[in-house]
Design a protein around this ligand. Structure first.
Ligand SMILES: *[C@@H]1O[C@H](CO)[C@@H](O)[C@H](O)[C@H]1NC(C)=O
Ligand SMILES: *[C@@H]1O[C@H](CO)[C@@H](O)[C@H](O)[C@H]1NC(C)=O
Ligand SMILES: *[C@@H]1O[C@H](CO)[C@@H](O)[C@H](O)[C@H]1NC(C)=O
Ligand SMILES: *[C@@H]1O[C@H](CO)[C@@H](O)[C@H](O)[C@H]1NC(C)=O
Length: 370
């Protein structure tokens, strides 16, 4: 071979090497997926939040995130609640598949606390053990990993509700900043269903360097919406924003659809509240599967079959702050005799509580959690 041919060859080999190295150092640089799923409420009238979270578990599990890297917080008082006519069964849409089986119970009952959540985010095992009196699963993610966090519950301005306590914005932001400093993620995405959920992220857009992208069910000043009242179960099965993103994830090729595309679709379908996006919008150009799972392990739960014909959740959307009242009004219209009397008494009690709250100023001024 003469010289020019040699140099062409060398240049091509070098270029090929550059391409190979780039492929390994950019996207698939050995990072893995982690997820934290939190249902922040308890009691049967809040059935929908735990239903949302169980459904979310099946989506990410089906997309190959192994249980060792998924942390679930849910009170776990729904499946076997005396008010649930189908013991062991939780559905998230009318005639839906049972989403309860297989869901890990990492933190249940009194362990579903903001303090536990904050410490599991920052990977503080000792502190979690101190709080709950046993060892618990915490995030052990590293600088190459992607973290997906989904929360479903009530919220208020600058706070998210847990069953017995509130998570406040400052503590939440500090935990995220600590994770960033400890290099616990390459990119992190939040999906948050709660009233006034935008208030938890409003200043993340100025904080692009921390590599966080968030979408929320509502802007900082409004309610989010529950949906799918089920006559047999006498409760709402889901929340509009949650159901919308999950029904999309159930059907899409998550390696192709981007977070921005999912956000746009969910925003257009969720017409009663303003679905918002915050943080580093460049992250939203990435595929949904970068966060909800892209088969880095063999999926565990194949028995979950998403329904393809779920009705539009907007058809019976219920303002989250009115959910309890709406559930009771529907029960009253569907029952008779003593049972009906009992529901009327419950409604009366609910209104009484609200009157007290208004008198105390916790409704109206700072607003009750909705
Ligand atoms: C649920 O299934 C029942 C019985 O098969 C059917 O009558 C009903 O229309 C279904 N509801 C929805 C919302 O698909
Ligand atoms: C865990 O949390 C406790 C209490 O906030 C703190 O004192 C401790 O330094 C933390 N440990 C680590 C490893 O961050
Ligand atoms: C966002 O703003 C709130 C209230 O002004 C502040 O307490 C919080 O630390 C800010 N968060 C970030 C990440 O800058
Ligand atoms: C409670 O009071 C608030 C504020 O007046 C109102 O918007 C809400 O509908 C009331 N809820 C119930 C259950 O009466």
């Amino acid at each position: 071979m003469d010289k020019p041919v040699y140099s062409v060859l060398i240049v091509s080999v070098l270029m090929a090497l550059v391409v190979v190295v780039a492929a390994f150092t950019d996207e698939d640089d050995g990072g893995v997926h982690w997820a934290v799923l939190v249902a922040g409420s308890n009691t049967y009238s809040n059935y929908r939040h735990q239903a949302d979270i169980c459904h979310a578990y099946h989506i990410i599990s089906k997309n190959g995130i192994p249980d060792e890297r998924i942390i679930v917080m849910m009170y776990d008082d729904i499946a076997y609640n005396p008010l649930n006519p189908y013991p062991g069964n939780i559905i998230n849409e009318p005639n839906g598949t049972n989403v309860y089986p297989g869901v890990p119970k990492d933190y249940t009952k009194h362990e579903v606390l903001p303090e536990v959540f904050l410490n599991l985010l920052t990977g503080n095992e000792t502190e979690v053990e101190r709080i709950i009196g046993r060892k618990g699963k915490v995030l052990k993610s590293g600088p190459k990993d992607r973290v997906f966090i989904n929360f479903a519950d009530h919220g208020g301005p600058g706070s998210l509700a847990f069953p017995t306590e509130l998570l406040y914005m400052d503590d939440f932001h500090n935990a995220i900043l600590e994770m960033f400093q400890k290099k616990m993620y390459k990119e992190m995405v939040f999906y948050v269903e709660a009233c006034e959920s935008g208030s938890m992220f409003f200043n993340f857009t100025q904080m692009r360097h921390i590599n966080v992208f968030a979408t929320t069910a509502a802007n900082p000043d409004e309610s989010s919406f529950g949906c799918y009242y089920d006559e047999k179960r006498q409760t709402l099965l889901g929340d509009v924003y949650s159901v919308n993103w999950m029904q999309d994830s159930d059907q899409e090729n998550l390696g192709q659809e981007t977070l921005a595309q999912q956000y746009k679709l969910v925003k257009s379908e969720t017409t009663e509240s303003h679905v918002m996006e915050y943080g580093d919008l460049r992250i939203s150009k990435k595929p949904v599967g970068d966060f909800q799972g892209s088969m880095d392990s063999k999926p565990k739960s194949l028995y979950f079959t998403p329904s393809s014909s779920a009705p539009d959740p907007m058809l019976d959307a219920v303002r989250s702050e009115h959910a309890e009242q709406e559930i009771l009004l529907r029960k009253i219209s569907q029952t008779a005799g003593l049972e009906r009397e009992q529901h009327i008494a419950e409604l009366d009690k609910l209104w009484q509580v609200n009157k007290t709250k208004i008198a105390e100023g916790s409704v109206g001024n700072s607003r009750s959690l909705i």
